[in-house]
Design a protein around this ligand. Structure first.
Ligand SMILES: CCCCCCCC(=O)SCCNC(=O)CCNC(=O)[C@H](O)C(C)(C)COP(=O)(O)OP(=O)(O)OC[C@H]1O[C@@H](n2cnc3c(N)ncnc32)[C@H](O)[C@@H]1OP(=O)(O)O
Length: 231
């Protein structure tokens, strides 16, 4: 079970911003740990090793967890020093974050009509055997559609997300997730998205329509107390 998270203080205590070199080094290290953790998660959900091995590994992992938590931890809503929020890299995003053991992670590139994300889901993301959990598809699309808003100059939050599942999304298969802002209406952005395999990009397995809202500045400050003065 996750330990309770401490509430955020009113400011981030004026922690000095790392230099570009320190930032690059830290991001590399975060990505390396994320990579190994994803390999561990994959091994953990696929293993057929005997019970004694599972207990032995659990002991090791318990010690490693203590090592990571010993050096201090960020509190709820604190923006990691390796991140730029809103609209920049998010190293621990559960979708795109190289440092997240939950993320595939998705690599996002701009395309003429919006954005495209590429990833391969693993057995840890399974719903029906061999296919992605429907909630994973929703998470991939929600995030990519959020990125499309940020790329359009309006970092925004989802207020509605509608999905249609046309066919199961295979795990262990290169996927293509597309997202584009179809139209804007004041602070509201109407966004379309889809998931297909790289092999058959014109056959959408999941399609999505979402509405995002770029929060009003006062709401933004209230929601994200650790935002830098000029986000
Ligand atoms: C960069 C990559 C980031 C990826 C992020 C991935 C996306 C996410 O997971 S975001 C997390 C999930 N979403 C949320 O938690 C958002 C919850 N909603 C909120 O917190 C607020 O509605 C918020 C902050 C978005 C907007 O607040 P605020 O700026 O005060 O706007 P507010 O005045 O309430 O609403 C603006 C408009 O949207 C409408 N609206 C707001 N919420 C809804 C809703 N749930 N349904 C329909 N309309 C809504 C309002 O009626 C208003 O419309 P109009 O201008 O026509 O009167």
């Amino acid at each position: 079970m996750n330990p309770p998270l401490a509430e955020p203080p009113a400011t981030n205590g004026g922690t000095p911003r790392p230099t570009d070199e320190e930032l690059a080094r830290r991001r590399t290290a975060v990505g390396e740990l994320g990579h190994e953790l994803r390999a561990l998660v994959d091994a953990a959900v696929r293993t057929t090793a005997p019970d004694a091995t599972l207990r032995h590994v659990a002991d090791h992992v318990r010690r490693l967890t203590a090592e990571l938590t010993g050096g201090g931890q960020r509190v709820r809503a604190e923006i990691p020093a390796v991140d730029e929020f809103p609209g920049g890299p998010r190293m621990y995003s559960p979708v795109t974050g190289p440092g997240s053991p939950l993320a595939p992670p998705v690599e996002v590139v701009p395309e003429a009509a919006g954005l495209v994300g590429r990833c391969v889901l693993g057995i840890a993301h399974e719903g029906p055997p061999g296919y992605a959990h429907g909630g994973m598809s929703a998470m991939l699309l929600d995030e990519l559609m959020g990125h499309a808003c940020a790329a359009a100059g309006a970092p925004a939050m989802t207020i509605s997300l509608r999905l249609r599942y046309h066919g199961p999304v295979p795990v262990g298969t290169p996927l293509r997730i597309a997202a584009r802002v179809a139209r804007t209406e004041g602070r509201k952005l109407h966004v379309d998205g889809s998931i297909a395999t790289e092999a058959t990009p014109d056959t959408a397995l999941v399609t999505a329509e979402a509405v995002f809202v770029a929060p009003d500045p006062a709401r933004l400050r209230a929601l994200f107390p650790h935002l830098p003065a000029t986000p």
